[in-house]
Design a protein around this ligand. Structure first.
Ligand code: SF4
Length: 697
């Protein structure tokens, strides 16, 4: 902690929470850490409530400062020394691997870890544990957009242009995105866009804070975005608004898409989605008429068992209109977690190695193995996506031990009760965290780690801009950085590679490992990040340019062209029926973040958003005899959640909504469906069938 009497110190850093990575200045004075907003291109001097209060957790009473151990199943966690805790972890890993093989130990990472930690965690899994089983919670964030981007453009960078381009788009279409609540400072860019006469159109089943600011709000039935996108392209084709020159010169596969969308008659799509034909036509015209237009998707469109195809449908639309690569135009995805972008580039994903390389690519394996100093044939092959991994824990042939870094799947996993049972059945569960999350509370060993203001490192924001995270102060006694923990474990496990603990040294190694890959950091240095307000990848050469805008000349595909893919609408994995007649969807509120482990402990945020709620249309509430504030039960085939009813005309009468930040009886993911997208592994968080009942007092 900072000490009274020591002169104030400052650190120019970034918010620990979401992917906007707002610039902030930390100031230490008389033992307190103050947060001040800082001018940075993403937030332009703004912070949301979460950023303003981020320092409240540094000295929070719940902060873990000593390892915790559970001596026997069902026993209590007790404080332990680091030596005892690490012995227990290593003994547990060895016992499980000797009995059941190397893949019997799995690793689960997080999209909030720095690039250096994400990189080291992937290396630790492949080299020190020799397991193929590693994945991370970012799989549940924007894996569908990532897969669609790679399929169409040959690369996945959330925004292939700087955020400031939003302000230059004549038409901006947001699909399942609510930045007014999830990333409020981003709205400054939208305000720019509006002040220049731009049009904002929002597609969302709820009239969110963002949708209420739009010129046009399309309110489809959840799960029908893909059909809406195909109808927009159908209209553009019918009206002759396709950019034929662009399609011919820069893309392949349009004919198949043209044939597919021919069947998406607007009147049919109106019947399916509830979006009036006139609104579909107005949206298509606004995109086609504009000199510049951007379509952005977020979790509302992506968290479906057809999420990859839904994003693909919107990418098809942008390609047909000739948008990607044009100034102020294109397709992008609003990443959620702080390092959601960087977290998926450095090897935390089951199928990838650093530099966003495929783990099944022999050349990629050779390159990365050389950097790590191990034979390429010792690197394991691809693992399985996050939910499949968690659901296989303890099953015959599945992992029997799990190491969790920076994630809380007990709250954030779909069908969370089942995942909780899987975790309970493990031979060994180790959680590294700075608070006792709901997952940590189940662990056999809890390892207390540093917080963002206590460590250097880099993050990569939603624009693909690599940023510096700077330490302001020393961590409290008893706490270790994730890098130190992984290095210590690797040494105890006799890993055949070095695991540096200094973030600068790790970053230098990461640059080598990424060199030549799609996400090439070879030319990114900390000094350059400081000088240029971040560096956009790819940046292969220290003396060469970085790449704020992708696709201006060509796409990183074998023939340099973007690829259309025909996609068709299909029903949600679970449809409504007599027993479960309502659609259920989930999302976020302004004052809370992700599984709430952190923000639920910040008193100002708790006051602003004290608990979960179930949002219902007043007409539906009247039918169910539910009044504002009544306790209701939302029941699906997998479980239920209980929370007070909040009546709002901003939601469709056939749909109910709950935020996913709370645990216990109010856990929204007790209800959600674990059906996953076959390409990305993204669970269908955004739609399942439920019934709602008033709880009799
Ligand atoms: Fe932090 Fe995101 Fe809020 Fe910015 S918008 S202050 S990055 S939580």
């Amino acid at each position: 902690a900072t000490r009274p009497g020591v002169p104030p110190q400052e650190a120019a850093t970034h918010c620990p929470y979401c992917a906007l990575q707002c610039g902030m200045l930390l100031r230490a004075n008389d033992g307190r850490v103050e947060v001040l907003p800082r001018q940075f291109p993403t937030n332009r001097g703004g912070l949301c409530q979460k950023g303003w209060t981020a320092a409240d957790l540094l000295d929070h009473q719940d902060r873990l400062t000593t390892p915790l151990l559970r001596d026997r199943p069902g026993g209590e966690l007790r404080p332990a020394s680091w030596a005892e805790a690490m012995d227990r972890v290593v003994t547990g890993i060895r016992t499980v691997q000797e009995g059941h093989g190397r893949d019997a130990v799995a690793v689960f990472g997080g999209g909030g870890l720095t690039n250096e930690k994400a990189y080291t965690l992937g290396k630790f899994a492949r080299v020190a544990l020799g397991t193929r089983h590693i994945d991370y919670n970012g799989r549940w964030c924007m894996s569908s957009a990532a897969a669609a981007g790679i399929r169409a453009f040959g690369v996945d960078r959330g925004l292939p242009f700087p955020l400031a381009d939003l302000g230059r788009a004549e038409t901006l279409l947001l699909v399942g995105a609510n930045p007014a609540e999830t990333m409020p400072p981003l709205m400054r860019h939208l305000a720019d866009q509006r002040s220049r006469g731009g049009r904002l159109i929002v597609i969302d089943p709820r009239a969110t804070a963002t949708a209420r600011q739009a010129d046009l709000h399309l309110q489809p039935l959840p799960g029908t975005d893909l059909a809406v996108a195909n109808a927009l392209l159908h209209i553009a084709l019918t009206e002759g608004w396709i950019d034929r020159e662009y399609v011919a010169a820069r893309t392949t596969g349009f004919d198949d898409v043209r044939r597919t969308v021919a069947g998406y008659w607007p009147a049919e799509v109106e019947r399916l989605s509830g979006v009036p034909v006139a609104d579909l036509e107005a949206t298509a015209r606004a995109l086609a008429d504009a000199g510049s237009a951007i379509i952005l998707t977020a979790r509302g469109a992506e968290q479906h068992a057809k999420g990859v195809d839904t994003v693909t449908a919107f990418i098809n639309l942008t390609l047909a209109l000739g948008l990607p690569g044009r100034p102020g135009s294109g397709y992008g995805c609003l990443t959620g977690q702080g390092n959601g972008q960087g977290g998926r580039e450095h090897g935390q994903k089951a199928d990838q190695l650093p530099g966003y390389r495929r783990i099944d690519d022999p050349a990629a394996r050779e390159h990365v193995a050389r950097v790590w100093g191990v034979p390429a044939d010792t690197l394991p092959g691809p693992g399985v996506p996050a939910y499949r991994l968690l659901d296989s824990l303890g099953a015959p042939g599945g992992p029997r031990a799990l190491l969790v870094f920076g994630s809380n799947p007990v709250v954030s996993a779909p069908r969370a009760a089942r995942v909780t049972d899987r975790l309970r059945g493990l031979d060994l569960l180790v959680v590294a965290d700075f608070l006792l999350s709901e997952t940590a509370a189940l662990a056999d060993v809890v390892l207390p780690v540093t917080q963002w203001a206590e460590e250097d490192g880099t993050m990569t924001n939603l624009e693909g801009r690599v940023l510096r995270r700077r330490a302001l102060r020393e961590p409290p006694a008893g706490v270790r950085s994730d890098l130190a923990i992984l290095a210590d474990l690797a040494a105890r496990l006799d890993a055949p590679a070095r695991f540096p603990t200094d973030p600068g040294t790790v970053f230098a190694e990461l640059r080598q490992a990424s060199a030549g890959g799609p996400a090439d950091y070879a030319g990114v240095t900390w000094e350059r990040i400081d000088r240029d307000e971040g560096v956009f990848w790819p940046c292969p050469d220290q003396d060469g340019p970085d790449t704020p805008r992708l696709f201006a000349e060509s796409f990183p595909t074998p023939d340099g062209r973007a690829r259309f893919h025909p996609v068709t609408h299909r029903a949600a994995a679970e449809e409504v029926c007599d027993d479960y007649p309502l659609h259920f969807t989930t999302g976020r509120v302004l004052a809370q973040y992700q599984s709430g482990t952190q923000t639920r402990r910040v008193s100002a945020l708790r006051r602003a958003a004290p608990g979960a709620f179930v949002e219902l249309h007043p007409d539906l509430a009247a039918r169910l005899d539910v009044a504002e504030g009544d306790e209701v039960r939302v029941v699906s085939r997998r479980g239920e959640l209980r929370a007070p009813a909040r009546l709002s005309p901003t939601i469709r009468p056939d749909t109910v909504f709950a935020p996913f930040h709370w645990a216990g009886a109010a856990r929204a993911n007790s209800v959600t469906n674990d059906a996953v997208d076959p390409v990305s592994g993204m669970p269908e968080f955004k739609i399942c069938a439920v019934r709602v009942e008033r709880v009799e007092s």
